[in-house]
Design a protein around this ligand. Structure first.
Ligand code: G6P
Length: 287
């Protein structure tokens, strides 16, 4: 394995097999690309800005410390933009842990003034990205070195590349209650056997199982194995929403992606002074 640092990003490749690799942008510590034997596993919009002017549209943006838009009833995070700041600030590359693992760090000193003023807690984030033969392990440590407790949401907003989303299902969430963000309503339970995609889909499953699968017929494309991340968000914008997003291209690219996002979003996690928290997810591609 080799780790190569560039000015704006870092790349890990499996030994001499550069066909299996992961590329992470320092901006947002966003995983931009994850390839196995040359095949890209993540969807990235062709119109995504990669110059640090806005959050990346695709790959794996990190959501912290709030999920979604300001609710108006959580003063500690209500001044922050949608999905918080972690995805739209430049992280520090801390270095490589071993020949297939790198770490990024973020603290108050890395925040622009307006964000630091909007969220004035002391915090340390350590993001670890580990490339394995057929999987990618990503984990986030959140530490509170300050005197004051803080609340946070966190989410690994993973855009999986799929051949055609209409042939894809998500298994493991069957018959669970979820919050339907499209209808703005709680759905008591899902009668579908597996989640299917034929329209805009935006669901928050609270207390979801640790493992969910993205399937194409009977074939498993990806296994998502989460640890200490109790919720799962499933999102596909479909025609109109994709049209509305200026950084979404091609416009019909929603057919080739599905977001299955592990995190803590239905409620805020609370971190006391001196406490720390770790959540991780292993994304396994079945190729
Ligand atoms: O456009 P963004 O801020 O990147 O958000 C993209 C999407 O993220 C999540 O999946 C949310 O559940 C969606 O409601 C949101 O549309």
């Amino acid at each position: 394995m080799t780790v190569t640092s560039f000015d704006d990003s870092v790349e890990i490749a499996l030994g001499s097999n550069t066909q299996t690799s992961v590329k992470i942008l320092n901006y947002g510590a966003t995983v931009l690309s994850w390839k196995i034997n040359g095949k890209e596993q993540l969807w990235l919009s062709e119109a995504s800005k990669l110059d640090g002017s806005r959050a990346v549209r695709g790959g794996i943006p990190l959501v912290f410390p709030r999920f979604g838009p300001a609710s108006g009833n959580h003063p500690a995070t209500d001044k922050l933009p949608q999905h918080g700041f972690a995805r739209s600030v430049t992280w520090e590359l801390l270095g490589q842990v071993d020949d297939h693992t790198v770490q990024f760090g973020l603290g108050p000193e890395n925040l622009p003034k307006d964000i630091a003023a909007a969220w004035s807690y002391d915090f340390t984030l350590i993001y670890t990205v580990q490339l394995l033969q057929d999987s990618l392990k990503i984990s986030l440590d959140v530490k509170n070195p300050g005197k004051e407790a803080f609340d946070f949401n966190v989410l690994f907003h993973t855009y999986f590349a799929v051949p055609e989303v209409q042939n894809v299902t998500v298994a493991g969430l069957n018959k669970l209650a979820y919050f339907d963000k499209v209808a703005s309503a709680q759905v008591a339970s899902d009668s579908e056997k597996e989640v299917t995609f034929c329209k805009e889909t935006d669901r928050v499953y609270r207390n979801s199982p640790a493992q969910v699968e993205i399937k194409e017929g009977s074939k498993t494309l990806f296994t998502v194995q989460a640890s200490n991340l109790k919720d799962t968000v499933v999102w596909n914008p479909w025609t109109e929403k994709a049209q509305e997003m200026s950084d979404w291209a091609p416009k019909n690219g929603f057919h080739q992606m599905v977001c299955v996002e592990s995190g803590v979003v239905a409620d805020f996690a609370k971190l006391a002074s001196d406490a720390s928290w770790t959540g991780s997810v292993i994304l396994k591609a079945h190729i």
